[in-house]
Write a protein that binds this ligand. Sequence first.
Ligand SMILES: [Zn+2]
Length: 241
Amino acid sequence: MVFKSRFYKLSPSDLQRLGFQPFETLHTKTVGNFVMKFLIHRGWMRNFYLLISVACITGCILWFQNKSLHFVKAKPIVWIFLGMVLFFVWIPVHEALHVLAYRLAGARYVRLEAHWRQGYFLALAPGFVADASSFLFIAFLPFFIISLAHLVLILCIKAEWVSLFWISFLLHTLGCVGDFAVADLFIRNRNWEVVTFDEPTGITYFLKREKIGRGKEKNFKSNSFITKLTSLLKIPQLGSL
Ligand SMILES: [Zn+2]
């Protein structure tokens, strides 16, 4: 499977002997600070996210200014309320898609966390080691599928009540900020090989090592005493993944 993590058979304790060093941690309780950091720091992922959000806001404004819809005074507020209700309906779908993506990437166990006070939900796969491509797939699958669903509905249905899809599309896009923020760590460190895993306590670790080619990977293994020892004990090796 193309989105399967190269490291799905490994456990986090194997990473250090493979040359990975931690460079960032994320606690589920401090997601807000993490997201703020993403929004403040310049980067093309942040700019891409802002561009999509502005496009959604503009689309909403243009839709509600569309005179052919003949809104009576109170109606936009009704549609906004219904759009917010629809947005909450999408949340379990969004999280279910994260779970599906985790499973396709090779995670055996995935759990969901709801942080009601802070207003966010998380899918965690404790002990599962994700590489860059599998993690980007996990992070973006819900955004792409739900955005596509909204766009199809908005473009295909010619009725006033499409207003509620505009509102839920906007809220869902804004709500995906956490997914973009985590994906940004992989994009910023694209010159490195980056992996991530969650601990059962809710801390997510990000580790990186220098990118090594296939041939060099072999040397890296054979030069390491620990790696030789683990190969002797038949512990899964990087080259066998
Ligand atoms: Zn998400």
